[in-house]
Design a protein around this ligand. Structure first.
Ligand SMILES: *Cc1c(COP(=O)(O)O)cnc(C)c1O
Length: 391
């Protein structure tokens, strides 16, 4: 069946998910196998060893490529294994990776503390500084340029068209442009026609149930797809078939989960905005957000479910507050059906000094919420109750 003319939610449910031909089982089985019987040396049914391929990889790749509106997808063990494969690609060329600052911490750590030692030069440009980007890509041959929009945790919106225009008009025009679409997902942001690679940590919204670690890259170029498959196999970065099976289950509800999460988030953002112990709410859906107009132009169906909030509280009070919710769980990660809260100053960004944190806007009172699909009234009550101590 060809679903290419169908809309998002139909593709999400059906692509790569044909009933099992041997039994009619409506859900394709999980292929927990490391190897495959061959009839004669090298005569097999398309799979020879699971590090190189597995039917569950193929199925979820078809599904992810369909929802991302791109031709190919390679699924890997984690979001960061995808970045590892992209760095391996840069190793074959000029060994230069460029990024916008305010990257996910794990991506930054991989580039500065692993690949830097392996000879890959990292060039950083301030987010949305197009003069800086233009200089960088004109003065150097950049192999891979990576950026996220919106950024974490300050939710700056990057102008995707400007990034691609700036790079394509430079001597780095062959640079592989990578959009980390983990925060927005294709529900809110679909730019596979403009960038070379759309990258996801499937651990977040794509998986959506906090029960798997996985990553994927989507692309339209067949040679690039073959490279990514090769690196996955050669470097041992394959996902587990069971995780891919779970991921296929999850992607079927991606649209309805993310819709509900974003609607809840808008309600919570407005509610927090009116609270007297709140100094500032950072959410692209609010008119007060400096990138609100760009977000409205660039994003579709809402603004996502990540909200950063600066409370009028000191470090100790903030840490106590976020430990005292009963529904919202204090934990790293984001994007799942349950609401989570994270404190950048003491958790994800604790390795950065207080001076630098203050300079880049990560104050002690800054908290990041990932809003889930719970009843929004219960979430509001949870926050109201916890804030009562400070009234
Ligand atoms: C979590 C995350 C990653 C890394 O993905 P893992 O699955 O944890 O390896 C990359 N980018 C962003 C924006 C993330 O949130």
């Amino acid at each position: 069946m060809d679903y290419s003319k169908c809309k998002f939610q139909t593709k999400a449910v059906h692509c790569g998910q044909n009933p099992d031909p041997t039994t009619g089982a409506i859900i394709p089985p999980v292929y927990l196998t490391a190897t495959y019987a061959q009839e004669y040396p090298n005569q097999h049914k398309g799979y020879d060893y699971t590090r190189a391929g597995n039917p569950n990889f193929t199925q979820v790749e078809e599904q992810i490529a369909a929802v991302e509106d791109m031709k190919f997808c390679t699924v890997m063990a984690s979001g960061l294994s995808c970045m590892t494969a992209l760095c391996a690609l840069a190793c074959t060329k000029h060994k230069r990776v460029g990024v916008f600052e305010s990257l996910y911490g794990g991506t930054h750590r991989l580039l500065t503390r692993v690949f830097n030692d392996m000879g890959i030069e990292l060039s950083k440009v301030k987010a949305n500084d197009y003069d800086g980007l233009s200089k960088l890509v004109s003065n150097h041959r950049i192999d891979v340029f990576v950026f996220e929009s919106p950024t974490n945790p300050l939710l700056e919106v990057i102008d995707i068209q400007k990034v691609t225009d700036t790079i394509r008009n430079s001597q780095s025009k062959e640079c592989v442009i990578v959009l980390d679409n983990t925060f927005a997902t294709s529900v809110h942001q679909s730019y596979g026609h403009m960038v070379d690679v759309v990258w996801h940590s499937n651990t977040k919204f794509m998986g959506g149930h906090s029960d798997l670690i996985s990553g994927s890259v989507c692309m339209n170029d067949k040679t690039l797809k073959e490279r990514m498959d090769f690196y996955r196999m050669a470097m041992g970065m394959n996902a587990s078939p069971f995780d891919c099976w779970l991921l296929s289950r999850s992607i079927k509800t991606l649209g309805i989960r993310v819709d509900r999460q974003s609607a809840n988030a808008l309600t919570i953002a407005n509610f927090l905005n009116d609270h007297k112990r709140v100094k500032r709410v950072i959410y692209m859906g609010l008119k007060s957000h400096p990138d609100h107009e760009l977000a409205k132009r660039q994003m579709i169906n809402g603004f996502g479910s990540i909200i950063s909030v600066e409370f009028d509280l000191d470090l100790q009070q903030t840490m106590t507050l976020i430990s005292s919710f009963t529904i919202i769980t204090l934990a790293e990660s984001l994007g799942a059906v349950e609401s989570l809260v994270d404190h950048p100053a003491s958790m994800t960004h604790a390795s950065i000094s207080k001076e630098v944190r203050d300079e880049i806007g990560l104050s002690d009172g800054l908290v990041r919420f990932s809003i889930g699909i719970e009843d929004v009234e219960d979430l509001k009550d949870d926050i109201t109750e916890a804030l009562k101590t400070y009234e």
